[in-house]
Design a protein around this ligand. Structure first.
Ligand SMILES: [Zn+2]
Ligand SMILES: [Zn+2]
Length: 227
């Protein structure tokens, strides 16, 4: 069978010509696979950052950090009086106040971290410098330890630079290159690359895990990959 519009020869009995798209008059029992509009864009900043999954993810992580701080606070409040009583160093109720002070500090740290995230702003910049080297640390007992240090410097479009230093974490160092245009998204420890067209990997904005560039969703935290 041939297409009446363009003369294309069909191997099976399609409902549409696969070359020109003309209907063949046949109602195919096969599902017509429409050319799927690509939702991934490898050049340009992704609008998927507005996906509600990200909001859910950051709410969840805020809850976790408060829960964690709360548990530490309870431990401090219980442990200080017990320690004070056992050692005889701190008297009751002073030991309780110590515990409450330390516990309150854990909660304050969690609160400040959340506040910092809330006040954070989205900004654009460019990677201007990166460096990797081995750092030798000699301990008092003579034993020597080597660490791989990775440095990344970013110039903000609004002025100022941001420097990152990672110890034994090579991922981001290899992922970004000098000259890359990047965007920092409010509340995330992640930079989205403007141009991902030459990459074979993509990083999850939320959990910072690496994925094949063909993937659309992070299989670890279910957030959409920004492309
Ligand atoms: Zn045709
Ligand atoms: Zn993820």
């Amino acid at each position: 069978m041939y297409c009446t519009t363009c003369g294309n020869k069909f191997i099976d009995d399609p409902a549409f010509c696969n070359q020109c798209g003309a209907p063949t008059g046949k109602t195919s029992n096969q599902t017509v696979v429409q050319p799927r509009q690509s939702t991934s864009v490898l050049i340009g900043y992704s609008s998927k950052i507005n996906d509600p999954t990200f909001n859910k993810y950051s709410k969840k992580s805020t809850t976790w950090s408060f829960l964690f701080a709360g548990i530490l606070a309870v431990i401090a409040i219980i442990a200080f009086p017990i320690y004070g009583n056992a050692s005889g160093d701190i008297d009751w109720p002073v030991s309780l106040f110590y515990g409450m002070g330390i516990g309150g500090m854990f909660l304050l740290i969690a609160l400040l971290q959340t506040l910092k995230k809330r006040l954070d702003k989205t900004w654009d910049g460019e990677v201007i410098y990166k460096d990797a080297y081995r750092q030798k640390t000699r301990y008092r007992d003579g034993h020597v330890q080597y660490n791989n240090i990775y440095i990344l410097k970013i110039k903000k479009d609004t002025g100022g630079t941001k420097k990152h230093k990672w110890r034994n974490i090579p991922g981001p160092y290899h992922y970004y290159n000098i000259g890359d245009k990047i965007r920092h998204h409010k509340g995330f420890y992640y930079y989205e690359k403007y141009d991902k067209s030459k990459d074979n990997q993509i990083m999850c904005a939320a959990c910072l895990s690496f994925h094949d560039i063909s993937e659309n969703v992070c299989n670890r935290c279910k957030c959409p990959l920004l492309k």
